[in-house]
Design a protein around this ligand. Structure first.
Ligand code: NAD
Length: 324
């Protein structure tokens, strides 16, 4: 399996590469790994390559570290987009969108020109949802269902919180959902929570919903977790982001066994939300495909979900004149 990671010299890549090359993402598949970064990071990229060579990872078949787009995108099966322009102090959200527009336009065009038509894409670099929309727009011959953006980290943050609150191991918790944008407007949802109460892994029950209702402080903890990490670390989440990327790809590839997970995907008449935006929604997955779960009762949270989708519409309006 040929996997491209852009931003290959960055922090998340540094945590992600060992997970990928140890077989945690794509099980037994051998990996041809292409790392792309920009000229500015050439030395750091070379050093990452050296460290990979010194690690003798069991699933590595071949390795390319390059700053050339064509070399990086040629015949890829999977693209994980970490490379982007970081938000600098004093920078408006709009400026960040416009800076990243050019990068994701170029990623989209390169996918169209060089990648396999079956390529599966995960966008992580922020603003992830709108970057994903741009990329999809510039790859018209690749199905939109092959494009996703990351909300799994938000889902993991919610799972961790619920696990601590209920004193249940995270592996026994499922069907927690993140709706909306990957921003503080997201809507964490515990209404469909399932807890496995028996160790034989067969007895999934819907627990007393009162027990898992989150108060405002808990909801805000999930929504603002990213900023809290930045405040303390001085840098954005990298280890947990890599872990979430690994789980997103793994569950997409291997299937979710009918459990619900949250993927940022293109809307298509779902829950009366505006169409053609990339929004975090509940899905089930199988064989590197997903199906949207579109029959959940969201009457108590629909207002918040719509607000988060409005934010995505504003992001879209900022860049729509540039899309051609
Ligand atoms: P980083 O700054 O450490 O690394 C980014 C790398 O991208 C750098 O090496 C940079 O040189 C490279 N880059 C810049 N422009 C590029 C381009 N055009 N092509 C290829 N590479 C390019 O950042 P990081 O900590 O690895 O985070 C990566 C991105 O992920 C950031 O945008 C961050 O905000 C985002 N992020 C998203 C989530 C999420 O849940 N969606 C979580 C954490 C971080």
């Amino acid at each position: 399996m040929k996997v491209l990671i852009t931003g290959g010299a960055g922090m998340i890549a540094y945590s992600l590469i060992p997970l990928l090359l140890s077989g945690l993402m794509f099980s037994d598949e051998m990996i041809d790994l292409n790392l792309l970064d920009i000229d500015f990071a050439k030395n750091r990229l070379e050093a990452v390559k050296m460290e990979i060579e010194d690690s003798n990872f069991p699933k590595l078949n071949s390795l390319i570290a390059t700053t050339e787009i064509e070399v990086a995108f040629k015949n890829i099966d999977v693209a994980i987009f970490l490379g982007g322009f970081p938000r600098k102090q004093g920078m408006e959200r709009k400026d960040l969108l416009l800076k990243n527009f050019e990068i994701f336009k170029s990623n989209g065009i390169a996918l169209e020109m060089y990648a396999k038509k079956t390529v599966r894409v995960l966008v992580v670099a922020n603003p992830a949802n709108t970057n994903c929309l741009i990329c999809d727009h510039y790859s018209p011959s690749i199905p939109s269902k092959n494009f996703t953006c990351l909300s799994y980290l938000d889902q993991e943050r919610l799972t961790g919180l619920v696990s601590r609150k209920l004193n249940v191991k995270p592996k026994n918790i499922s069907n927690l959902i993140i709706w909306g944008n990957h921003s503080s407007s997201m809507v964490p949802d515990t209404n469909n929570l399932l807890v496995n109460t028996n160790l034989l892994n067969t007895n999934l029950v819907k627990i007393n919903s009162e027990k898992c209702v989150l108060d405002n402080d808990e909801i805000n903890l999930v929504k603002n977790r990213g900023s809290s990490v930045i405040k303390k670390r001085g840098l954005s989440s990298a280890m947990s982001a890599a872990n979430a990327i690994m789980k997103h790809m793994k569950v997409w590839f291997n299937g979710s066994n009918d459990k619900i997970v949250s993927f940022g995907i293109k809307t298509n008449n779902n829950y009366n939300l505006k169409n053609n935006l990339f929004v975090s929604l509940p899905v089930t997955t199988k064989n590197f495909n997903f199906e949207i779960v579109d029959n959940l009762n969201i009457s108590t949270i629909i207002k918040e979900i719509k607000q988060s989708v409005e934010e995505l519409e504003e992001e879209y309006n900022t860049i729509k004149n540039k899309l051609n």
